[in-house]
Design a protein around this ligand. Sequence first.
Ligand SMILES: [Zn+2]
Length: 271
Amino acid sequence: MARGENVCLARQTMTIPAKTALMVGHPGHELRVFQWLEMHRPLVCCLTDGSGSLGLPRVDSARRLLGKSGASPGAIFCRISDKQVYRFILDGNSEFFVGLVDELARIWIAAEIDVVAGDAAEGFNTAHDLCRFMIDAAVARVQFLCGRRLTNYQFLLEGRPDACPAHLRESAICLHLDEQALARKMAAASDYAELKPEVELAIQHFGTEAFALECLYPSDTGSMLALWEREAPGYERFGRLRVKEGRYKEAICYREHILPIVDAIQRAVEA
Ligand SMILES: [Zn+2]
């Protein structure tokens, strides 16, 4: 409330460093913004334990990486397994996500956070997209609960690490890593044993140099929601294909499964 507003104002006028928070869908995403982590030492929340379909959590690696960067884990950290998330989505368990939004907002209020960053919604992975929807809703909830406006950044996980839409470039944070910073980032990535195949694939695909630029830009969820009014997200097309091939029992579909959760989350912001 008024207290929060005053703290926020004090930081702006007295140039006290902003308090930052990161919220990611899976442990390991933080590697994409490793330099930003080192610079700001955010409070880090994470939806799943990264256990994937094989059920192998990567919580220890995630904690080790945070320790190296100086960031710290928040109260929501690797809260559930990936299998549980998919089950909740398919079962339409929007209460779980609504509850998490409120919890996230209260964590940020208690820690007097000014700036948040996290996954972008890219239509590639439902946990990434839900994470973004929850961040946006939690930012709105903070404003509803105490009047504070948090700055809300996103970064890509599937797209190029150095990509930034032209219309958002002016308000983006673009960090150019020097040789040492890039070496630290690459060392942290190779220390993340569970992500070895993904890291190798990403370097092969984009080249190491692409990771020498970190772009965090204002949340752009609206443009993706508008896009998915016209065409199905990639995960839905992929899931349907897998069902056809007999490799998946059911596919997560945007209109049937995701949109009702998004609506519930948005409705609950001012509850
Ligand atoms: Zn992920």
